[in-house]
Design a protein around this ligand. Structure first.
Ligand SMILES: [Zn+2]
Length: 437
């Protein structure tokens, strides 16, 4: 019987860094015996003096704890996976090996063989752009600033409101009172965290006219967006300029993350060729979100960004549900799809062939937002979602929704008039929040 043994990080000094070793045996005890003859020293770490499993270790065969079965006598079959899981204290055992200079700040990550001093220098010479500074963006920005990525540009069009504080970890009540734009508040907080990082906050609506300029010079783009429309635009721009980007999204208790490396991995359109019709995708503003979901996704995006900067392999598509604890890595195709327009170099979102278009209605203090995908909205469904959030009424021709001090008049073809503002970015933001893009 050949069994894969997954070696935990604290024991990898015995395997010369190998994460996994193939060993034969018919019971867990035999596997460990055979493992020890191949890699001396393992037995002392796994078994106690009386030859039983050490009490600070757990061993799983596939996903079953052997203590709940027959312990070390648990049988194994060909292809089984045996995982040795030591109890981890957390914290760090670094003892000042990088006690002087700038490496002191990063000593706890520099001691990781995956990073090291060379890796740290690469991070310090890198530039990352975070598009969208909500829950995902603030988590990723915090991690990357603390990790010492040299230059970080934050782009966001919104102001901070009280309901953002539940999950947008960089902001506080004072930012709401000061009515600060998210990009500026984030820049101020991050500068206080790490003054060696060059942080630049830009307050703007990302659209097909400015996206290429915004991502110019980035080594990686992090997606912290709240709508699919702009995400597909970002996909086009990143592919066109050969800049890797890291998709992330979270709603309810679930989230997804995937790195897109132009010409090497599938892009977001390879996986999802079309946007769902307007009004059909759940948004955090209508479906809600458990704050842990974007925190996990934002943290994964930060790790993936660091790996790209360090030239490591990326993970594929990761899906997580923080409520049920389900965590899955889904295998994606090994490369771009030949059917994907974006990967073939047809940037339909960038050329504005698709997408939501906005027009300021002069003299009316209103903006028209056009949903362009021939959608047909269900007013019953929209009204049910809007009812807890504001004043809503409708007939067969239009739906009127009063929220956040604005009035939105929505038509069945997904067109909307947003009254109470002449600012196209505010109108787009309200549309993205409530109707969904
Ligand atoms: Zn593609």
């Amino acid at each position: 019987m050949s069994v894969k043994v997954r070696i935990p990080v604290p024991l990898r000094n015995l395997t010369g860094g190998l994460e996994q070793v193939e060993v034969t045996g018919t019971t867990v005890r035999e596997v460990i015996d055979n493992l020890t003859s191949a890699l001396p020293g393992i037995r002392e770490r796994v078994l106690s003096e009386d030859n039983e499993l050490n009490r600070f270790l757990t061993v799983f065969v596939n996903s079953h704890d052997i203590r709940l079965g027959q312990g070390l006598e648990t049988g194994v079959s060909d292809g089984d996976e045996l995982t040795i899981l030591p109890l981890v204290a957390g914290g760090s055992e670094a003892r000042g090996s990088f006690s002087a200079g700038r490496f002191d700040r990063y000593s706890r990550q520099v001691i990781l063989p995956e990073i090291g001093r060379t890796g740290q220098e690469r991070l310090e010479n890198s530039s990352v752009i975070i598009v969208g500074c909500g829950a995902l963006g603030t988590v990723a920005a915090t991690a990357l600033t603390r990790a010492g990525v040299g230059r970080i540009r934050l782009v966001d069009r919104d102001f901070i409101e009280y309901h953002n504080l539940q999950r947008q970890i960089l902001f506080d009540e004072d930012d709401v009172r000061r009515q600060l734009p998210k990009a500026i508040a984030a820049q101020q907080h991050l500068a206080a965290v790490n003054s060696t990082v060059e942080v630049e906050g830009i307050v703007t609506d990302v659209n097909y006219r400015n996206v290429e300029r915004l991502i110019d010079g980035a080594d990686v783009v992090v997606d912290g967006l709240d709508n699919l429309e702009t995400r597909y635009l970002l996909n086009d721009a990143s592919l066109k300029h050969r800049i890797p980007w890291v998709y992330g999204a979270a709603v309810s208790s679930c989230g997804m993350m995937m790195a897109v490396i132009p010409a090497r991995t599938p892009c977001i359109r390879c996986l999802f060729p079309s946007l769902p019709p307007a009004g059909e995708s759940a948004t955090c503003d209508t479906a809600g979100v458990v704050n842990a979901a974007p925190m996990v996704v934002g943290a994964l995006q930060a790790a993936e960004t660091m790996k790209i900067l360090l030239g490591k392999e990326t993970l594929g598509l990761v899906a997580v549900d923080v409520w049920t604890g389900a965590f899955s890595r889904l295998a994606v195709a090994p490369g771009p799809s030949s059917d994907c327009p974006a990967c073939r170099g047809e940037y339909e979102f960038l050329s504005a062939r698709f997408g939501v278009k906005t027009t300021s209605l002069c003299g009316r203090n209103a903006v028209q937002v056009m949903g362009s995908r021939g959608a047909s909205l269900s007013f019953d469904e929209l009204a049910r979602r809007f009812a807890p959030l504001g004043d809503v009424s409708y007939n067969e021709f239009m739906l009127r929704f009063v929220v956040d001090g604005y009035e939105m008049v929505i038509f069945p073809d997904a067109r909307a008039i947003v009254k109470g503002t002449g600012d196209e970015s505010i109108a787009r933001s309200l549309y993205a929040k409530y109707v969904g893009m």
